[in-house]
Design a protein around this ligand. Structure first.
Ligand code: ZN
Length: 185
């Protein structure tokens, strides 16, 4: 049985009904998607299982082919689970984490020619978007709070302007790749 945690405060949810898709957390009162959290938790569990096999094989410096089949199977399940999770609006920390795992998986799939370079690029671009957006919001807060000295503020404003221009471009690039790879759902 997989544990479903609140997307905001990580309190474990109790007595989930089968058809329940959205839940209001009893601890923090915020609403989150049970389906996305479940897909995320499953994806993460499969990812960890794949990673464990990989690490053990690396430590022994020997790869049994049956092990490698298991590893690929786990990573494939993680890949689909995490993609499902990302379709719903995962909160920041989970989104960043899911994207990182997806990028790691595609990097491995690329070696086995299981995904195209474009698909691999897609996930790294989404991570870039995620971190760029984070930095942008962070700078926005700093500038609004009027913190820092004259020199720092000048530097922040410059960087803020760069990020503001970069974000729509990145978004456009991601949408273009998305169309090209046309994910089959
Ligand atoms: Zn909560």
């Amino acid at each position: 049985m997989i544990r479903i945690l609140c997307a905001y405060c990580e309190t474990e949810t109790a007595d989930l009904a089968d058809e329940e898709t959205v839940r209001t957390c009893a601890a923090c009162g915020r609403e989150f998607s049970v389906a996305a959290q479940e897909a995320y938790a499953r994806g993460q569990a499969y990812y960890t299982a794949g990673l464990e096999i990989e690490r053990e094989a690396q430590a022994r410096k020997k790869k049994a082919s049956s092990e490698m089949t298991d590893m690929i199977r786990y990573y494939s399940r993680a890949y689909s689970g995490l993609r499902v999770a990302l379709k719903d609006d995962l909160p920041g920390m989970y989104r960043a984490d899911a994207l990182m795992m997806l990028a790691e998986i595609t990097r491995r799939f690329l070696k086995h020619e299981m995904v195209s370079p474009l698909e691999s690029k897609y996930w790294t671009q989404r991570i870039t978007y995620c971190t760029t957006e984070e930095e942008y919001e962070h700078l926005q807060q700093r500038l609004a709070a009027r913190s820092g000295n004259f020199l720092q503020r000048g530097h922040w404003r410059l960087r803020y302007g760069q990020l503001k221009r970069a974000l729509p471009k990145l978004k456009e690039e991601i949408a273009k790749i998305e169309q090209e790879i046309a994910f089959v759902e």
